[in-house]
Design a protein around this ligand. Structure first.
Ligand code: ADP
Ligand code: MG
Length: 832
């Protein structure tokens, strides 16, 4: 029964363990009507009973059933939120935290000072906040400050099926916090919400919850979705295939939004552009939202070039669009579609050769309202997908994985699924990362298909055959098993969880990853070195129980990766700290520059990108500084770019002109602010402030910066292969690193690409066509044994003639430092 139709219960009717309040909410009739359609509303009683009776509840239901928007409202109405007791909800994505807090505030007719959000750098939490949406990382930070989360009465972990690393850790930590709070007499309720996917990892994990929590399933009103597989084996050019499929859907099929799943931002933009050219839409300032350049360009072309029909397809007038899908009710055929790879599908029209040129010519009859959607898109632009498209147009959202479960886009009837997903892969030992586009999982593909059946029966067009689908893995493995975990291990040690192997992970990371993390943290000085050996022996590997050091504590207070935290901890000398903070912020945010190497869709765009690239390279040369400053390499460029951008007053125009990503610059500013505050709180005598007119570092400061940077990147040293050592052509201009067999190269976009210094440290290695080092700085060989003895393997000066080389032991082979000790070198001071 809808709660608003029943009068508030009198306090005497409410059992004592439930908050004795019913807080009325003043919702608009429209909202109330929309809510009543959500399946979760029928379950309110059951859900609230379960929460009342149990400390932990698992709630699962199809995406769109109303979990995220409604459960916080149920709790609010039942009095779980007050000034002192906040209802907390975590989301793995920032987009969702912001969008959902806004949506709930709107539905409840309450200001955002009451229904608030907090993401890494921004939020609108106030004294009045009663419901707080946040990213999972934010709650993890709060646990570090207040382990029992005393401010919270309820914590909801949303999107638990996504298995983001922080979500997993939070569930592990909360499984311990909940009993502790019960002991203290102020119980904390934990609600785990998930799509209907593999919840056994939470419910049947005895180490996590000795008493299995009750599971409440919400039956979603999901309309049938007809799945059409491609007949042919999957194509390499899935983006092109997507384009053709959307064109066909738009021309042939009745009204209803189209949602397309692609793998990345560049692909999304490129498809948006192609579709806008083919189906131009003239309502530029619709919804007060300025269309971006692309669509203005499309409008201009449209005006010039219409009307030219290129295809002999039945023309569908907008007015004649009916609400009936072509094959609704024809169940036999739907079943056949499933079985026979879509034969008989309404989209089985052979376009022949005509398809090839169509995107050059505008199709005048059918306006399509094309919107991109991906995580890095500005929030205002993201919000556009929730509004109805302009009258007489069809909504078409080109999205990455964000649309899979986090956000429900209204009015989608057709889903086009390329079947791929872009994932970051890490090599567990070397940490080399690469982005790979791979097949998604069956579970994800089914989630994607489900997006089509929210409001009426829908269709999902899979651009791969059913045989390929059958080979997909059932679920994607949780993130925690796929990435390095040194940051997590450091955070746990900081929470005094010394034996990380015993932590109740929903799915534990591999032993290799845990060992690599422990070893790295020992090398960085964040954990105590085990007696005698620098490396871990088998027993130590099994226990992994090195306690945290004071330096480690300092490092753990910075919200950045341990390698960078080490730089910050060493940065307080020779007035280098503002520069270190800037460099670390830039390395953490990544991708300062716009992507200029992407493939262009048209000749015009090609020219545009060429011009932009020339400009970016020119600016990078300027920012790289002069003389010895250049040795700081890419990090100097970062410093110069941030400095110049700040000097301009963080102007979007300045960024645009110089190929900088404005959003990245904004984030760097925020992170610099956050790091500065952290430093000031660690060392009260520091009084650092954010200086917008930062002078470039002096020559000696650059030298110190290079040393500070290398102290954090000790396991990322590379030595150039000299001409005389060259045995194999593949090693020309290549570098050798201690851990990798393969040659690595300085990335062509790097400031040091032509210099080729003898020794460098790098931020990361990305594998594309070759192994490329990014974020490269030159270092001096003789600094290595002094600053990084823990990474050295000291040889005999007489027996090992080359004084420095990277050995197979994973260390840099060199001679004892005494020979190189330089007068005037000051060992880095440590903050706090
Ligand atoms: P779940 O969390 O179970 O996936 P949600 O609570 O996110 O479901 O969504 C419930 C409903 O609210 C969906 O039908 C969705 O379309 C609608 N909705 C969510 N956010 C918005 C929004 N910003 N604008 C309009 N409708 C929205
Ligand atoms: Mg949700």
């Amino acid at each position: 029964k809808p709660p608003n139709d029943t009068p508030p219960k009198k306090p005497s009717e409410i059992p004592s363990s439930q908050p004795a309040i019913f807080i009325p909410v003043d919702r608009s009739p429209d909202i109330q009507e929309a809510r009543l359609k959500l399946p979760i509303l029928a379950e309110e009683q059951v859900i609230m009973e379960a929460i009342k009776e149990n400390p932990v509840v698992v709630l699962c239901g199809e995406t769109g059933s109303g979990k995220t928007t409604q459960v916080p409202q149920f709790l609010y109405e039942a009095g779980y939120g007050s000034e002192n007791d906040v209802i907390g909800i975590t989301e793995p994505r920032r987009v969702a935290a912001i969008a959902m807090s806004q949506r709930v505030a709107l539905e409840m007719n309450l200001p955002q000072s009451v229904i608030s959000y907090q993401i890494r750098y921004e939020g609108n939490v106030s004294n009045e906040t009663k419901t707080k949406f946040m990213t999972d990382g934010v709650l993890l930070k709060e646990i570090q400050k207040d382990f029992l989360l005393t401010r919270y009465r309820v914590v909801i972990i949303d999107e638990a099926h996504e298995r983001s690393v922080y979500t997993d850790i939070l569930i592990g930590l909360l499984s311990r916090i909940v009993p502790l709070r019960a002991k203290k007499g102020s119980p904390l309720k934990l609600i785990i919400m998930s799509a209907t996917l593999r919840i056994e990892d939470f419910t049947e994990n005895k180490r996590l919850f000795p008493v299995p929590p009750p599971v409440i399933k919400v039956d979603a009103r999901q309309f049938p979705v007809t799945v059409h597989f491609n007949k042919r084996t999957p194509l390499e050019d899935y983006a092109g295939e997507c384009y053709r499929k959307v064109c066909k859907i738009h021309r042939m099929l009745p009204a209803g939004g189209i949602l397309i799943f692609l793998t990345g931002q560049a692909e999304v933009h490129s498809l948006c552009r192609r579709l806008r050219k083919t189906f131009p839409f003239c309502g530029r300032n619709y919804h007060n939202a300025t269309e971006d350049e692309d669509s203005q360009e499309a409008v201009r072309r449209f005006k010039k070039s219409r009307p030219k029909k290129t295809m002999n397809l039945p023309k569908i007038d907008l007015a004649s669009y009916s609400a009936q899908p072509l094959d609704e009710g024809d169940e036999d055929r739907e079943a056949a579609d499933d079985e026979e790879d879509g034969s008989g599908s309404d989209l089985d029209i052979d376009l022949g050769d005509e398809g090839a040129e169509e995107d050059e010519k505008a199709d005048s009859s059918l306006p399509l309202f094309v919107l991109p959607l991906y995580s890095l898109l500005a929030p205002e632009k993201q919000a556009k997908v929730f509004r109805p498209p302009p009258p007489g147009t069809r909504l078409c959202v080109v999205a990455t994985n964000v649309a899979e479960t986090s956000l429900t886009i209204p009015g989608i009837k057709y889903v086009v699924d390329c079947g791929k997903v872009k994932k970051r892969y890490y090599d567990k030992v070397t940490g080399v990362s690469s982005f790979r586009v791979d097949w998604t999982s069956q579970a994800s593909a089914n989630q994607r298909a489900g997006r089509a059946g929210r409001t009426e029966p829908g269709h999902c067009y899979r651009l791969y055959s059913s045989a390929v689908f059958a080979d997909f893995e059932q679920f994607s493995p949780p993130e925690i098993t796929r990435r390095p975990v040194e940051d997590l291990v450091l955070q746990m040690k900081d929470l005094n969880i010394e034996k990380v192997v015993n932590f109740p992970f929903p799915t534990p990371p591999s032993a290799d990853a845990l060992i690599a993390a422990e070893e790295l943290l020992i090398s960085l000085g964040a954990l105590q070195e085990p007696p005698k050996t620098g490396r871990l022996n088998d027993l130590q590997k099994a226990k992994l129980s090195s306690p945290i050091t004071p330096l480690g504590k300092t490092m753990a207070s910075f919200p950045v990766a341990p390698r960078y935290a080490k730089m910050l901890a060493l940065g307080r000398q020779h007035e280098c700290l503002p520069y270190v903070i800037t460099i670390v912020a830039a390395m953490t945010v990544r991708e300062l520059f716009e992507e200029v190497d992407r493939p262009a869709v048209s000749d015009e765009e090609k020219e545009l990108l060429k011009g932009k690239k020339a400009r970016v390279l020119q600016m990078q040369r300027i920012w790289a500084g002069q003389g010895s400053a250049q040795k700081l390499g890419d990090l100097m460029v970062m410093l110069g770019a941030v400095g110049a951008c700040e000097y301009s007053g963080l102007e979007p125009k300045f960024c645009e002109r110089n190929g900088l990503r404005f959003k990245a610059m904004l984030e760097i500013r925020r992170l610099r602010g956050q790091l500065t505050t952290t430093v000031n709180s660690l060392c009260p005598d520091t009084h650092l402030y954010l200086d917008s007119k930062m002078n470039p570092p002096t020559e000696s400061q650059v030298t110190y910066l290079r040393q500070i940077v290398m102290s954090g990147l000790g396991d990322h040293i590379a030595r150039r292969i000299r001409q005389e050592e060259l045995l194999d052509e593949k090693w020309r201009n290549a570098y050798k690193t201690p851990l990798l067999e393969e040659p690595v190269f300085i990335h062509p976009n790097s400031a040091l690409f032509r210099q080729l210094p003898d020794f460098v440290v790098y931020q990361e290695i990305m594998e594309t066509t070759k192994m490329y080092m990014k974020g490269v700085s030159a270092i001096e060989a003789e600094w290595i044994p002094i600053l990084l003895p823990q990474y050295c393997h000291f040889g005999n000066p007489l027996e090992d003639p080359p004084p420095f080389y990277c050995s197979e032991t994973g260390r840099v082979k060199c001679h004892r430092p005494s020979t190189f000790y330089r007068v005037g070198w000051q060992l880095p001071a440590v903050v706090a």
